[in-house]
Ligand binder design. Structure first.
Ligand code: C5P
Length: 241
């Protein structure tokens, strides 16, 4: 679901890409009221990081579990129920129609899961056309992303994770009914790291994103609060013209 009235600060999802809970908690404490939404991915989740979910929720934060599920329907249903019980706000799965349909069914059947936003990962941004051919696909990356975006919509998914390259095209395909969550964001003048195609926070919003996933520009700098505040200011500027 799109989020028309959400404040820019609440559209920033800070990636807790850390090897330990201690390091992740330290960033959450440093950021304090500056940040309201955090992402836990494989690295932290497999280092005990799921224990942070209830803690973050108790502190009034929102939590995105970037676990990119893909499995048989029965296992997807069980996974989604457990994530719902944990209290997470967002969950990713690979945008395969059967997996998405199973996840949507599990969400409907899980008490308390009505607020869980299910996001489909269209095509990993590390895959180009040649990688897809190698993996047995005949579509290009942009064709496959468009197809999976339409399938996610048809399955009743709540949103998509997509690259800066795809966001404008996917917004046209899914209309206003789905949330688009976009990584690869770099504030003006910052280091791009290994992200090849980046947008500034302002460009991300203007292209049609609802949420921006931001890691190293916040989690790997000396002054995370200052970095976050500069990003929020840039987003406010984009919204207010
Ligand atoms: O440090 P950086 O801002 O590049 O981090 C972006 C975050 O978004 C990381 O947690 C990364 O795993 C995630 N991500 C991504 N590209 C995708 C999907 C997720 O960079 N296509």
């Amino acid at each position: 679901m799109r989020t028309a009235n959400l404040a820019p600060r609440d559209r920033v999802i800070v990636a807790l890409d850390f090897p330990t809970i201690g390091k992740a908690s330290a960033l959450v404490e440093t950021l304090g009221d500056s940040a309201s939404f955090y992402k836990i991915g494989h690295q932290l989740a497999f280092a005990g990081g799921l224990a942070l979910v209830p803690e973050l929720k108790a502190a009034g934060k929102r939590v995105f579990l970037d676990l990119k599920l893909l499995d048989i329907d029965n296992t997807i249903r069980g996974g989604v129920s457990s994530v719902a019980a944990l209290g997470a706000d967002m969950l990713t799965l690979h945008a395969y129609p059967k997996a998405m349909a199973a996840a949507v069914a599990a969400k409907k059947a899980s008490p308390g899961a009505t607020d869980l936003t299910l996001l489909g990962v269209t095509v990993l941004t590390s895959m180009d056309d040649e990688d897809l051919r190698d993996a047995g696909y005949s579509l290009t990356a942009s064709e496959l992303a468009a197809r999976r975006g339409a399938q996610a919509l048809a399955c009743g998914m709540d949103g998509l994770v997509c690259s800066t390259l795809e966001v404008a095209a996917l917004r046209k395909i899914v209309g206003d009914s789905m949330a688009l969550v976009v990584p690869g964001i770099r504030p003006r003048g910052s280091d791009h790291g290994d992200q090849k195609r980046v947008m500034t926070p302002a460009e991300g919003l203007q292209a049609g994103s609802d949420y921006l996933v931001i890691g190293r520009p916040i989690n790997a700098v000396d002054e995370p609060v200052a970095a976050m505040e500069a990003i929020v200011e840039e987003m406010e500027g984009a919204i207010n013209g």
